[in-house]
Design a protein around this ligand. Structure first.
Ligand code: SF4
Length: 297
C-alpha cells in the first residue's frame, strides 16, 4: 500500500512520528506514550494526504493531494502498534485513544473515515475514537456522524474552533464551507443530546484570543452542559515559525481557570516532541518538505 515508512523519534522517547509515502501520496501519524503505553497511549492518524481546509497555522493545509482510503487510514494505526510491539499494552489499556486529527478533515472524507472507524472498533474495542473537525457545513454528513456515534459509544467529537468571533476565525480558517460558530453550537448540542456524551472544543491559544471579550463570547455560546474545552499550544505553521508557537502556559492557565470557575471541564494540550521532531499533528517538517518538492501535486 505504502512504498516507504519513515520513523522519527523524539529525544525523550515518548513521541514517534511515522511518515508513509507512495509515489503519489504522503501521510503521517503520531504515537504518544504517557509514562507507559499501558498507562495511556494516544495515536493521531491522517484521513487525507494534505488538506484542502488551509488553516493558517497548519503546514498541511498548504496542499491537498487526495482522500485516504479506509485501509490507508487503518494501516497507519496497525503499523505503528506492530512496529513498536505494543499490541498487548494498548489492548489492555483503559486510556487508549485514536484521534482522527493529523492531516486532513474527517468530514470531507466521511464515508472512508466511517469505514475505518468501524474496523478500528473491531480491532481495538477499548479504543476511544475521536473525530476532530473544523465543522464542515454539510447536514447530511453530520447526520451520518451522529448515527455512527450512536452505534459506537467509543466515538467522540471535537470541533476545532480556535477563535471566538467569526471574522477572526475566517482569517485563521479560510475554508468557506464551514459551520459558523452558532451552528457549531447547535450541532454540538444535538450530537451531545443524541449520544449522551459531551463535545470537545479545541481552542488554539495564540496570545491574541484570550481577552475578556473572547472569554465572554465563548461562555455565551458554549454551555458546560454540552461542551468540554481543550486549550492547545500548537500554533506554528512551518519550520521558520517553530519558535513562534505561543507557549505562555501562565496566560493559558489563567484563561482556563476562568472557565473552571464556571464549571467547565477544561484541559491543556501541549504535545511533546514538537521542537525536536517538528510541529504538532500534521505539521512534520519532513512532510512539508515532501509536499514542497512535489511540484505537480
Ligand atoms: S489544521 Fe486540520 S483542517 Fe486545518 S489545514 Fe491542518 S489538517 Fe487541515
Amino acid at each position: 500500500m505504502f512504498n516507504e515508512v519513515k520513523r522519527f523519534d523524539s529525544s525523550e522517547q515518548n513521541v514517534w512520528k511515522y511518515v508513509f509515502t507512495t509515489e503519489e501520496v504522503v501521510t503521517e501519524a503520531v504515537l504518544y506514550k504517557y509514562e507507559s503505553f499501558k498507562n495511556r497511549t494516544v495515536i493521531c492518524c491522517s484521513v487525507q494526504s494534505g488538506c484542502p481546509v488551509g488553516c493558517k497555522f497548519c503546514g498541511t493545509g498548504k496542499k491537498f493531494i487526495r482522500n485516504l482510503k479506509p485501509d490507508e487510514i487503518i494501516y497507519q494505526v496497525t503499523h505503528m502498534i506492530e512496529d513498536m510491539k505494543i499490541a498487548n499494552d494498548v489492548l489492555s489499556s483503559d486510556k487508549f485513544q485514536i484521534m482522527f486529527m493529523s492531516m486532513g478533515e474527517p468530514m470531507l472524507n466521511w464515508d472512508n473515515v466511517e469505514s475505518a472507524i468501524k474496523l478500528l472498533n473491531v480491532l481495538y474495542p477499548n479504543a476511544q475514537l475521536l473525530i476532530s473537525t473544523v465543522g464542515i457545513n454539510n447536514d447530511k454528513t453530520f447526520s451520518k456522524m451522529i448515527e455512527l456515534s450512536k452505534q459506537i459509544d467509543k466515538v467522540g467529537l471535537q470541533f476545532s474552533i480556535h477563535k471566538a468571533f467569526e471574522e477572526e476565525r475566517n482569517t485563521l480558517i479560510p475554508f468557506k464551507n464551514k459551520m459558523p460558530l452558532r451552528k457549531i453550537r447547535d450541532a454540538g448540542i444535538t450530537w451531545s443530546k443524541e449520544t449522551g456524551r459531551k463535545v470537545y472544543l479545541n481552542y488554539c491559544v495564540d496570545g491574541t484570543n484570550v481577552t475578556d471579550d473572547h472569554l465572554n463570547r465563548l461562555k455565551d455560546l458554549f454551555s458546560p452542559m454540552f461542551f468540554n474545552l481543550t486549550f492547545s499550544v500548537v500554533c506554528s505553521a512551518d519550520e521558520t515559525m517553530k519558535d513562534a508557537g505561543y507557549r505562555n502556559h501562565n496566560v493559558i492557565k489563567e484563561f482556563m481557570n476562568k472557565f473552571l470557575e464556571d464549571g467547565y471541564n477544561v484541559r491543556m494540550f501541549d504535545p511533546a516532541g514538537q521542537d525536536d521532531i517538528g510541529g504538532g499533528c500534521g505539521m512534520l517538517w519532513y512532510v512539508q518538505e515532501w509536499l514542497k518538492n512535489k511540484k505537480n501535486v
